[in-house]
Every structure is written in C-alpha cells, then in structure tokens.
Ligand binder design. Sequence first.
Ligand code: TYD
Length: 204
Amino acid sequence: MQKGLFITFEGADGCGKTTQLNLLKDYLTAKGYAVILTREPGGKGLGEKIREILLNYDGKVADRCESFLFLADRAQNIETIVKPAIESGKIVLCDRHTDSSVAYQGYGRGLDIEQIKMLNNLATGGKQPDLTLVFDVDIETSMQRVGNEKDRMESSSKEFFNRVRNGYLEMAKQEPERLKIVDSTKSIDEVHKRVIEIILPYLK
Ligand code: TYD
C-alpha cells in the first residue's frame, strides 16, 4: 500500500536535474517532509558497483549488456531503497529511472522500445513513479555543462544526445499526466520555482 511519493528526475546529460533534485530536497525538508535521495545507476552498495562498470569500463560494452546492467541496478534500487522508503511514508527523489532506459538505450542506441518498457516493468515489479520531471535543454548547452571530463556514456555523439532529447519529448507527449517537461535553459532559481509549482499538487 502506497504512503509516500516517488518522483523521478530525467533529462539528457548536463540538463541540470541533479542540482534541481538537491534544491527540491532542501525545500521539502525545510517544510518538514521526510525525503530520501537515490539515483540510477548506483543508489548504494551493489548499485555503486554496477555504476562503476557502466560509467568506467573501458572495453566494448554490447548495447544489450548495457541495458541489462542498468536494469539490474534498477531492480536493486527499487527493492532495497525506493519501496521501503515509500512504504514508510517518505518522499523519494530518484535521479534517473525507467525513462532513462527508454531514452538512452531505446531512442539513443536504437533498441526496441516496447521490449525495453517490458523489461523495465520486470525490473520494477510494475512500480511506476507518481511524477517524472524531464529537464529539457538544447544539446549545445547541455554539452557545455558536461565539460571536457566525460564518462563512457557522456562520450557518445551529439546525434546520440539529440535522439535522447527527442525521445524524452516524445515520451512526455505520450504520457502527459506523469511526465512534465521543465524548460531547463532558464536560471537555476527560475527552474526551481517551476519545479515547486509542479510538485505542489502532489504533496499532502
Ligand atoms: P550520471 O553520472 O548519473 O549522469 P547524470 O548526472 O547525467 O545523470 O550517469 C548516468 C549515465 O547513464 C547517463 O549518461 C545516462 C545513462 N543511463 C542510461 O543510459 N540508461 C539508464 O537506464 C540510466 C539509469 C542511465
């Protein structure tokens, strides 16, 4: 039985979502809500080890292998971090989740989107976020924000990130109730205000 709230943060690399996640945590904590942060890949423990492989392995990683590693991490994150927190009434803010697999491995790498959705469902046991914020910014700006020190995923081409970005926009069209686009070209403060406007109706 659900008690808490599950909010996921999505967008292409360099979209500013992690900054916004931390600002929202501070805002909600100051209002007296119990909040926990987690992330995919790599919540903690086993997840951190999977993250290390995904971001730093320097050999060839097959697209399907990459997908399964993200999914394995997701299954662990949901079961050991997200579910217990929601059941105890907390607000869970998760940096990336199922939509990243659809955007990156589906739209980005070109794997079958319906299959990825099915595998996501298997990994999460059907648990869906109550709300997903998609931080949208043009690729030039996001690449600038990423800078020169890139991990394995960030070293993908500009075309790849364009497909990822367009994938998110398409997904938001398909599920407008759950996925809300946030214009992330604005200042940190303006984006934070917009995030609060969006989440207010979800707070008890
Ligand atoms: P991270 O350093 O957490 O990047 P960011 O700060 O942009 O979230 O690295 C996560 C990387 O993994 C990022 O490039 C997106 C990618 N990713 C996928 O390709 N598929 C997934 O399912 C997830 C969760 C992440």
